[in-house]
Write a protein that binds this ligand. Structure first.
Ligand SMILES: [Zn+2]
Length: 88
């Protein structure tokens, strides 16, 4: 005769376990995902992608520069002009 079982699934990898304890243990064994972000003086955060070239979009140098640039188009334009003057 059929019977009822309760299964507990790990919320991360979806593997089923027969006890909450085992499922919780599995969940805790998954490593945290690491992300790197460049954070500018005003708190603007830009994600760094490790598979991108340092100076390209998503790269570390690009992200550091982008984090210090304003999201306001006019202000950004002014900041870029200023950076250009310093680099020359
Ligand atoms: Zn798991």
């Amino acid at each position: 005769m059929a019977h009822i079982e309760t299964w507990y699934r790990c919320p991360v990898c979806n593997r089923p376990y027969s006890s909450l304890r085992e499922a919780t243990r599995c969940k805790n064994l998954h490593p945290a995902k690491m992300e790197r972000w460049a954070v500018g003086g005003d708190g603007k955060a830009v994600r760094i992608f490790d598979n991108c070239a340092p100076d390209g979009i998503g790269g570390i140098n690009w992200a550091l520069r982008e984090a210090d640039l304003s999201d306001d188009v006019k202000e950004r334009k002014r900041q870029l002009k200023e950076i250009g003057r310093k680099e020359v």
